[in-house]
Design a binder for this molecule. Structure first.
Ligand SMILES: [Mg+2]
Length: 276
């Protein structure tokens, strides 16, 4: 069992976070409580045992009605070299300074928002060039198609939120002939880690945020967006990079952590009731 505050590499539920409520009942405790209650009740009443037991044992699991994915690094194999992109936008000196004050990662879009229009335009062009280069080498993440097929078979909604541009989402949809709806790109403001895009998807679907799970490879964008909206979250950490101590004290921790999308189907089956 993981120590509180630490992230684990397993897909088992992580220590208590700000999740709406624990989706996984604790069987030993439930059994003990029921056993004690049944014994106590049997001594004092002659009511039908079955109805009493069922009223105690029903511990509903969390309903899952929709899954929202990040795109780059989650549905697609990471091909954008973000550190090189940040360095190109900021210059060496500012990059090093900003990196040291933001150990969990640089929010480049947010950072350039207050720049002069001229400087900002230049920065957007650099970012667009990196993203275009990434598009040319686009690959679907192993396990993504199987997971989407599983969600479709269970009639669970699929949405997408990315800080990339709409053209990239369109290309992804076309290339893999798979559509996420709604799919919100950088043109939707405010973008992640603001919870607005996720709340917008929930309201479009007509579901509550705590009936939705957000899956992404970024703690500062995807997990923060999901937790701030009140949704469940899965952090995809393929390389174990979030094992580093600097991530132990982040504000928003994921409910679950996986090292591959291939682990997600069994995670959903163990922890949620899939309800269209
Ligand atoms: Mg990502």
């Amino acid at each position: 069992m993981a120590k509180p505050g630490n992230l684990t590499r397993s897909h088992h539920r992580l220590p208590k976070t700000s999740a709406p409520y624990n989706p996984k009942p604790n069987p030993p405790m439930t059994l003990r409580v029921v056993k004690r209650a049944v014994l106590c009740f049997a001594k004092t009443t002659s009511f039908p045992m079955a109805s009493f037991v069922s009223s105690v044992t029903v511990t509903p699991r969390a309903k899952l009605r929709g899954v929202v994915f990040d795109m780059d690094g989650t549905l697609t194999v990471p091909v954008i070299n973000f550190q090189a992109m940040y360095r190109a936008v900021l210059g060496d000196e500012e990059y090093v300074a900003l990196r040291s004050t933001n150990p969990s990662g640089i929010d480049i879009l947010h950072h350039i928002e207050n720049w002069s229009p001229e400087k900002q335009q230049k920065a957007y062009q650099i970012i667009a060039d990196f993203e275009k280069d990434g598009l040319d080498r686009l690959q679907i993440m192993p396990g993504a198609m199987e997971l989407c097929g599983y969600l479709d078979a269970n009639k669970i909604r699929r949405g997408l939120i990315t800080r990339n541009v709409k053209d990239a989402v369109d290309l992804f949809h076309q290339r893999y002939e798979i559509t996420f709806c709604p799919a919100l790109s950088r043109e939707f403001r405010p973008y992640k880690p603001d919870p607005a895009p996720l709340l917008h998807i929930c309201s479009t679907w007509g579901v509550q945020p705590n009936e939705v799970i957000m899956i992404g490879d970024s703690l500062k964008d995807d997990v923060a967006c999901g937790k701030r909206a009140g949704a469940f979250t899965i952090l995809l950490d393929e390389t174990g990079r979030y094992e580093k101590p600097e991530y132990a004290k982040v504000e928003h921790k994921p409910d679950f952590k996986v090292s591959s999308l291939k682990e997600v189907i069994s995670l959903l089956e163990s922890n949620f009731d899939l309800t269209p």
